[in-house]
Structure formats: structure tokens, C-alpha cells
Design a protein. Structure first.
Length: 233
């Protein structure tokens, strides 16, 4: 498979390693200084760039009929526009706030736990994410997906960053050293607490998930998720 990388930072470089080890070819490494992109050389594009760049990159790929896998976080105000464009162009698109197998299992666990806790209002839920100090967005995309999972399966109506006013689900964001990504959900009352936690040890899981999604999407049309790729039900 001929892969174009939009963004060649920490994730782009890890994806290159994984893609080459699986027999793929990297045909372009695109960043903010790239003037011309030859879309005829690529079978699929993978975007791990920056919040302000992702939507433009997605648009270019869909307009050139290139399937696009996007892992960039912090641009979701434009997500519905991306879906509309994909559908109107009969293209192929996957966004995931987190491509790792472990986190996608964690998302399922989160939904299941939220459903069980729905009628137990004595437990208050809180969410914490920890990432490296270079991370630009807060809260993390993964924390937003987890919060949306709790909201969809409980009495919570909204999440807020470090603020539990008006009954909101509070997300705490910490930036510590080189932390690849740690997410914790805590249900707590006076007598006990229940905690579920996912810890990424490095970036390999994210990169493998993104390359797996790129392999999976070839020949498909539509807007998909990692649930589809991993066949999680
Ligand atoms: N969904 C997931 O599983 C994961 C998502 N991420 C997200 O991926 C994004 C990138 O993360 P990192 O690689 O750690 O960041 P990074 O800062 O190391 O790399 C980002 C790269 O994007 C490039 N860039 C800037 N403008 C661009 C443009 N217009 N087009 C193409 N490239 C451009 C920069 O030159 C930079 O090298 C972040 O939004 C992060 O939150 C990170 C890890 C996993
Ligand atoms: O910026 C990162 O590094 C990460 N970003 C993603 C997010 O915002 O959730 C995924 C992962 O946690 C690493």
C-alpha cells in the first residue's frame, strides 16, 4: 500500500516505522511547508498533524478521492462538515480520538460501566487525562470520547474542563514529562471508589491502529470508526 503521511512529527515517524515493517511504502511526508502534493502517488493518507491543519488536509484528500485516516485531535468543531464532504464525494474517512486496541476496548468498558452506574447517583464520576508537555489540546480527544460515552449512558448532560458546576462531568488535564497518554475514570462515594484506567506505555499502539485502519479502509466508501475496523460489535 502506498501511504502519504500528513504530519511527520512524533506520530508520523512512528507510523512510518510500523508501516514499513508491514511491507507498505511511504510515498509522501507532508507538513506545513509542503507546497505541492501529488495525489496520484498515494492509495491512502494518514493525518497526524495539528488541530488547525487536520480539516484542511482531510478536505484535500476527499476532494482527490483519497481515503483518509485522521488521528489528529482538537478540530472536532468541523467533524460534521468532514462527514458531509465525505458522503457527498462518496469518499472514505475514519477519525478516531485514539487508534490503540487497548483504548478502544477501554471505551467499551467505559460505556458498560456507565450503564451499570446509571441508577446509582450516590457515585460521583470524574475523569483525568495525563499527557506529555508538548500536547497542544486539552482535554485530550480520548478524554472527550470517554466523557461522551459516560454522557450517552448516564444522567450526565455535559462535560467541562476542570469544573463540575451545574452537575457537569469534570475532566482534569495534566501535562507531565513525556507521558504518552493515561486516562482514568473514577466513580466515588463516601464508602468506596471504583476506578478504571488505561496507560499507554509508548506510541506504538496508536501507530499500529492507524496503519491497521488504513489497510482496512482500502476499497470501502463511507464514514467509519475504529469500532468498525476492530469489529467490536
Ligand atoms: N488518535 C490517536 O490515536 C492519537 C492522536 N494523536 C494526535 O495526533 C496529532 C499529532 O501528534 P504528534 O505527532 O504527537 O504531534 P507532533 O507535534 O510531534 O507532530 C505534528 C506534526 O504536524 C506537522 N504539521 C503542522 N502543520 C501541518 C500541516 N498543515 N499539514 C501536515 N502536517 C503539519 C508539524 O510539522 C509536526 O511535525 C495531535 O493532534 C495528537 O493529539 C497523537 C497520538 C495518538
Ligand atoms: O497528543 C497525544 O500524544 C495523544 N493524543 C490523543 C488524544 O488527544 O487523546 C491520543 C493519545 O492519548 C495521545
Amino acid at each position: 500500500m502506498r501511504i502519504a503521511l500528513f504530519g511527520y512529527g512524533k506520530m508520523g515517524q512512528m507510523i512510518e516505522q510500523i508501516a514499513l515493517s508491514r511491507g507498505h511504502e511511504i510515498v509522501a511526508k507532508i507538513d506545513e511547508n509542503t507546497n505541492q502534493i501529488d495525489f496520484t502517488t498515494m492509495d491512502v493518507a494518514i493525518d497526524f498533524s495539528m488541530p488547525e491543519a487536520a480539516f484542511g488536509n482531510i478536505t484535500k484528500c476527499l476532494n482527490h478521492n483519497i481515503p483518509i485516516i485522521c488521528g489528529t485531535t482538537g478540530w472536532l468543531d468541523k467533524y460534521n462538515e468532514a462527514i458531509e464532504l465525505c458522503n457527498s464525494k462518496k469518499g472514505a474517512f475514519i477519525y478516531a480520538s485514539n487508534f490503540s486496541l487497548g483504548v478502544n476496548i477501554f471505551f467499551e468498558l467505559n460505556n458498560y460501566l456507565a450503564k451499570m452506574m446509571k441508577n446509582l447517583p450516590e457515585y460521583k464520576v470524574s475523569l483525568e487525562e495525563i499527557h506529555h508537555t508538548q500536547k497542544l489540546d486539552a482535554p485530550s480527544g480520548t478524554a472527550i470520547t470517554l466523557a461522551e460515552g459516560v454522557i450517552a449512558n448516564s444522567e450526565y448532560n455535559e462535560w467541562k474542563l476542570e469544573d463540575d458546576s451545574d452537575g457537569a462531568l469534570s475532566i482534569t488535564s495534566k501535562r507531565i514529562g513525556n507521558t504518552p497518554g493515561t486516562h482514568t475514570l473514577l466513580y466515588e462515594n463516601e464508602v468506596d471508589s471504583i476506578e478504571i484506567k488505561h496507560t499507554a506505555h509508548n506510541r506504538e499502539g496508536f501507530a499500529l491502529g492507524a496503519v491497521t485502519a488504513a489497510e482496512w479502509i482500502i476499497g470501502k466508501r463511507g464514514v467509519f470508526s475504529m469500532r468498525d475496523v476492530l469489529n467490536l460489535g
